[in-house]
Design a protein around this ligand. Structure first.
Ligand SMILES: Cc1ncc(COP(=O)(O)O)c(C=O)c1O
Length: 381
């Protein structure tokens, strides 16, 4: 009765773990949740009543004109040459993954993904029947593997800036080298970039798509990590040839994005409030990242290695003695600690003993307690 693809529909482990992680007493390093203190403070009553009323009507599939213009301006300022006509407003950037999957993937379509990669993108690509090929990135981009695999694939899905889950940020030289290879093979690049504004040490390098000269591309960003995920607001910017198809896919999916959220974000961007908001929340995230770095050094040095992420929300911790991170996750949950098993992010399903730890949601005290608890769990495991 059900479509064949439903057999390929796996549950998102993150959402399952988050359900447990919300129980009282659990310290969670599992989700990619912004800190509650960092969420946008909103005064809905300050919005003009007539504007709010007009936002309750149906709107354009592409999104609100002013918002598209403001996003295009913001992206031009960081080196992405684009116009407002190339911007499509999304109900969260997860929707961009769904639309691009439908645009590019048939059963058996070869798609290149990073190893490790964002697990809800793997979920979407697998649902459409993609044949996933992997690009190792945890120790830097494997350019030799990229050159070998690009001729085989139709699309490459990359998260070059503060990657989820590894925290890795491609260097300027890596961006140029990857773009040159994509141009050579004419492979479509799908660049997913929700973490760029969470940069703790130096500003993130320009998007990888800005280095392309001929390969087709889709770039996407999100307001989830900078303002509030409950707004469900993101955007994609696409090569002009791909735009008409993406707009039709958006129409078929949900007609248009939530207009109230678009109104709220338009006001924030138009009043230049996003950068001051970020300037206020970045010190909090930097403090939590550093608290986790200290706790890891104190408690986990004998068992693991990791790098300090220069942005984003995650540590990628490689455990010396664990080869079943799902079993470790269950053992940790039994001790009221939520962590993400690295195997969930592997298109190859290989478990190399890594775990992902989120540092934005728990406060520094919980971080200390949680990492000490993790060390004890590892000793007992
Ligand atoms: C790499 C990546 N892409 C997309 C998303 C989806 O974000 P949203 O739909 O909230 O914009 C996330 C969320 O964690 C993510 O980490």
């Amino acid at each position: 009765m059900l479509a064949r693809r439903i057999e390929r529909l796996t549950s998102s482990l993150v959402r399952d773990i988050l359900a447990v992680a919300q129980q009282p007493g659990v310290i969670s390093f599992a989700g990619g949740l912004p800190a509650s203190e960092a969420l946008l403070s909103l005064d809905l009553a300050a919005l003009p009543a007539d504007v709010v009323k007009s936002a309750l009507q149906y709107g354009p599939s592409e999104g609100e004109t002013q918002l598209r213009e403001l996003i295009a301006q913001r992206m031009q300022a960081i080196g992405l040459d684009c116009s407002a006509a190339q911007v499509l407003i999304l109900n969260g950037s997860q929707q961009g993954i769904d639309l691009v999957s439908k645009l590019m993937i048939d059963e058996g379509t070869p798609v290149l993904v990073e190893e490790p990669a964002y697990l809800a993108a793997l979920q979407s690509f697998r649902l459409l029947g993609a044949d996933l090929r992997t690009l190792p990135i945890a120790d830097g981009v494997d350019l030799k593997a990229l050159a070998e695999r690009l001729p085989e694939v139709t699309m490459a899905y990359l998260t070059p800036t503060f990657q989820n889950p590894s925290g890795y940020c491609y260097s300027q030289a890596e961006r140029q080298a990857v773009a040159a290879l994509l141009d050579t093979h004419g492979t479509c690049l799908f660049e997913d970039d929700p973490y760029r504004e969470l940069a703790y040490d130096t500003p993130a390098p320009a998007p990888l798509v800005s280095h392309l000269t001929s390969a087709p591309w889709v770039y996407q960003g999100s307001f989830s990590k900078t303002l509030a995920p409950g707004l469900r607001l993101g955007y994609l910017i696409a090569h002009p040839d791909l735009m008409p198809h993406l707009v039709r896919l958006k129409q078929a999916a949900d007609l248009h994005s939530n207009r109230l959220s678009q109104l709220i974000v338009t006001q924030i961007l138009a009043n230049d409030q996003l950068d001051p908001h970020l300037a206020a929340v970045l010190p909090l995230y930097r403090q939590r990242r550093d608290a986790m770095a200290n706790a890891l050094a104190t408690h986990l040095s004998p068992y693991a290695t990791w790098s300090l992420p220069s942005g984003g929300l995650f540590f990628w911790v490689k455990l010396n003695t664990v080869d079943d991170t799902l079993a470790l996750m269950r053992a940790a949950l039994a001790q009221k600690l939520a962590i993400m098993p690295g195997v969930a992010f592997m298109a190859s399903n290989q478990d190399d003993g890594a775990i992902r730890l989120n540092f934005s949601h728990a406060n520094p005290e919980q971080i200390q307690i949680g990492i000490a608890r993790l060390a004890q769990i590892l000793r007992d495991f």
